[in-house]
Design a protein. Structure first.
Length: 353
């Protein structure tokens, strides 16, 4: 039978990684006869203690433990799965284990990031030492024992190849369902013009927007709207508060996207691709951002402007905020052609169908 088990460590709140995992799962449903899902949940009580011990002893990552391995083996046997899709390179030990248990099983591993690089950049101290070692081992096992490996973009693919001597079989970029509607909603700021930053209270987002507030916002002639999960935690200097409108934990982002003059994306660190960039393209937004914000996207001058420093942001925001780009058709066209779920479905088909 042409059945597949989807194993994921992303679930719950719709953050960037979770949205990509949901896309992966729905894409597999369109290819296989039956698609089953196994979610690696947070451990509690005594199991949490044993799981931590197993992580230290064996170097497991991604929340996996021995009980997870047994459950996954049981499901593969019961559901007669011919394929497994491992939705994180941190779960490389699973590639080894499943290869040993089921030599004929076809294993695909999806790299949400080049995690080794990301952890070395993000963590410090003993966590950095341990997590980077465990991640290096897991990603190496994923590359060695998976039939297919998938990267998000060429940057990650090149780093994976250089580090693990295994070239990803394909790059499948971030994509999202097309939920765009032409029904206009009233602006939360009434008739006032604004530029928009979307992002949760997450270190690269906080770092980027605080830099923008300090170095760019005092020198531009337009209000800034910040929207994102837990962004009410953001400390905004009192002398600049009158130029900022902040919305935290809002249920619907579409009204903010629709009425924004421009999207600003001052992101300087991270890995993989930014889901907010695909969302902005879906709404036909003109983008002003950094190299990291555009990584993996085919952005040209009709769609966005790359800024390397504060002066670039200031000059281009003051210029393009006056050009009535509230809807930019080339941005929407790029989304449909490259970053909609329908577009990337063809890439999944070419690898797995």
């Amino acid at each position: 039978m042409n059945n597949i088990l989807f194993i994921t460590r992303y679930f719950g709140e719709m953050m960037g990684g979770t949205m990509c995992s949901k896309r992966n799962y729905s894409s597999l449903q369109k290819i296989f006869d039956k698609t089953y899902e196994y979610r690696i949940m947070n451990k509690v009580s005594h199991r949490q203690i044993f799981s931590r011990i197993e992580q230290i002893i064996f170097g497991y990552m991604g929340g996996i433990d021995e009980l997870d391995k047994k459950n996954i083996k049981r499901i593969i046997l019961e559901k007669q799965c011919s394929h497994v899709f491992i939705d994180s390179s941190l779960l490389g030990y699973l590639s080894l284990y499943l290869h040993q248990q089921f030599p004929c099983l076809i294993i695909t591993c999806f790299f949400h990031n080049f995690e080794y690089h990301y952890i070395k950049e993000t963590y410090t101290g003993i966590k950095k030492i341990l997590y980077s070692q465990w991640t290096l081992k897991n990603e190496n096992l994923a590359c060695k024992y998976s039939n297919h490996i998938i990267a998000l973009n060429q940057r990650d693919a090149l780093m994976i190849q250089q580090q693990y001597k295994r070239k990803p079989d394909i790059c499948i970029p971030i994509s999202i369902p097309d939920t765009y509607t032409t029904e206009l909603k009233k602006s939360p700021l009434k008739k006032e013009k604004y530029i928009l930053f979307i992002g949760s209270y997450f270190p690269p987002n906080v770092e980027g927007i605080l830099w923008f507030i300090q170095n760019v916002l005092p020198h531009i002639n337009i209000k800034l709207v910040i929207v994102g999960k837990d962004m009410d935690k953001l400390h905004i200097p009192s002398e600049i508060k009158d130029k900022i409108h902040l919305y935290s934990n809002v249920p619907d982002l579409s009204v903010f996207y629709q009425n924004a003059e421009l999207m600003v994306m001052p992101i300087f660190s991270g890995s993989g691709m930014k889901v907010k960039t695909a969302e902005a393209l879906m709404y036909g937004k003109f983008l002003i951002g950094t190299k990291e914000a555009f990584e993996g996207y085919e952005i040209d001058e009709k769609i966005g402007i790359l800024c390397n420093n504060a002066n670039d942001f200031i000059k281009n925001i003051n210029k393009y905020s006056q050009q009535n780009l509230i809807y930019n058709a080339p941005s929407r066209t790029l989304f449909i052609d490259k970053y909609s779920s329908d577009a990337t479905q063809e890439l999944f088909n070419s690898l797995l169908k």
